[in-house]
Design a protein around this ligand. Structure first.
Ligand SMILES: Cc1cc2nc3c(=O)[nH]c(=O)nc-3n(C[C@H](O)[C@H](O)[C@H](O)COP(=O)(O)O)c2cc1C
Length: 173
């Protein structure tokens, strides 16, 4: 089988998540991992499509949203999944609602792959922004209840590997 993964990543977290997914899939599928800004193959030649990327200023990459909208019909008619990487993982549901084009139906679901806030991996203005986001999480009011407290984000290997398993189940026997 053949799987296409199309991603948008600014500081490497989504790209790293895609590599983790590729590694899991490669035991049973050919896998092409493509940056949304590169020249992209048509999803028609693939059995499974995965698309995703990171949230910046509450937004998913415009190029990725454009790709999803342009391929909504194909996405909705084949096994497909979307993922989001974000620093504020508690806000994942809001990002799904506002940022994933509704015209595309993902039969294998929309998943939170976690995120990273690593200033050392960021360039330019991203560095201080990531630093500030980290600081706001690390310096939360100690009186906040557990339910209100945010944690520093990490990638979610379990979610990534669970999607790989779901993709495995789509193989024709
Ligand atoms: C400029 C900037 C803006 C960001 N805005 C948000 C945001 O609105 N919500 C959020 O949850 N995370 C936000 N983040 C955190 C990123 O989503 C997180 O670092 C993610 O792992 C980045 O993935 P990437 O390296 O693949 O781009 C922001 C990060 C940067 C650098």
């Amino acid at each position: 089988m053949k799987t296409l993964i199309v991603y948008a990543s600014k500081n490497g977290a989504s790209a790293e998540a895609c590599e983790m997914l590729r590694e899991r899939l490669s035991s049973f599928s050919e896998v092409d991992v493509c940056d949304v800004h590169s020249s992209l193959p048509s999803p028609d030649g693939y059995d499974v499509l995965v698309v995703g990327g990171s949230i910046r200023m509450n937004k998913l990459s415009r190029a990725l949203k454009k790709y999803i909208s342009a391929n909504a019909k194909t996405i909705s008619s084949m096994p497909s999944a979307a993922f989001i990487c974000c620093g504020l993982t508690d806000d994942f549901d809001d990002y799904v609602t506002t940022e994933i084009p509704r015209s595309a139906k993902f039969s294998l679901g929309v998943h939170c792959f976690g995120g990273q806030l690593k200033p050392e991996r960021a360039k330019g203005l991203d560095k201080p922004i990531i630093f500030m986001m980290r600081q706001s999480i690390l310096t939360q009011d100690p009186d906040k209840s557990d339910g209100e407290r945010r944690e520093l984000p990490e990638l979610f290997p379990d979610t990534i590997y669970a999607l790989a398993e779901k993709i495995k189940q789509t193989r024709r026997v």
